[in-house]
Design a protein around this ligand. Structure first.
Ligand SMILES: Cc1ncc(COP(=O)(O)O)c(C=O)c1O
Length: 230
């Protein structure tokens, strides 16, 4: 990405899908644009056509919002971004534990997921990326198994995925992440989704009637969010 290029994200991103783009934007003089959120908690996708330009290089969007619960139509967003020649990153941190995702069908270029969202250890996770993109990208850290050969004069990088795995990896974490996913796979995600939806509808109905919500204040600081039912 070069000066003046654009990154499109949304107003409902977790800050971990905002800050890295702001950092690279500052470094390279890029522009970060936001797809707005409507009052009903959905993305204003009418704005997407205006936001996507020939300068858009990357669209990074969450599948499920951690703050609103909104499920975004990522297939549609990916299609539109690709039409403009941009690559798409999907933040699946709140989605992979709820839906079976097929990255080939979605045709996303990158997909990221945090292990601790499926009871795996913190610091573990998944980065999916299309092979051709990873082959074009340079390693971002040096050391460990990311090399094929090293001499005083020259280093030849290893093949994928080792090229991006500098240093001794978190082997124990990786094993437990695999086990956690295996464990989760025994459940019918559809059933869990239906149950969660039932809870959502129950809570929404209760909140609309005879109930309220607010902040618990200790001194001047808003410290704890609470909901009460009558
Ligand atoms: C939608 C979403 N994206 C990203 C993250 C950040 O993940 P991590 O805690 O692994 O940095 C979270 C964590 O809550 C999240 O909900």
């Amino acid at each position: 990405m070069q000066k003046g290029d654009e990154i499109v994200i949304t107003q409902m991103e977790h800050h971990s899908n905002i800050v890295p783009w702001q950092m690279i934007a500052e470094e390279r003089d890029l522009i970060v644009k936001f797809i707005p959120v409507l009052k009903n908690g959905e993305l204003d996708l009418n704005q997407l056509n205006n936001l996507l330009t020939s300068k858009t290089k990357l669209v990074a969007v969450t599948h499920v919002s951690n703050s609103l619960g909104t499920i975004n139509p990522i297939k549609e967003i990916i299609g539109k971004a690709h039409q403009k020649g941009a690559v798409v990153l999907i933040d699946a941190a709140q989605s992979l534990q709820h839906f079976k995702l097929n990255v080939q069908e979605l045709d996303c270029d990158f997909l990221v997921f945090s292990g601790h969202k499926v009871f795996a250890p913190t610091g573990t996770g998944i980065l999916f990326a299309k092979e051709n993109l990873l082959n074009k990208m340079p390693p971002y850290m040096g050391g460990g198994d990311m090399i094929k050969t090293v001499t005083m004069e020259k280093t030849e990088y290893n093949e994928l995925p080792h090229k991006f795995e500098a240093g001794t990896p978190n082997i124990a974490g990786g094993i437990v992440l695999g086990k956690a996913i295996e464990w989760l796979s025994q459940f019918d995600l559809k059933e869990i989704e239906e149950y969660e939806h039932e809870l959502l509808e129950y809570a929404t109905e209760k909140l609309k009637k005879n109930s309220g919500c607010g902040y618990l204040r200790r001194g001047k600081k808003q410290e704890q969010y609470f909901v009460f039912f009558n």
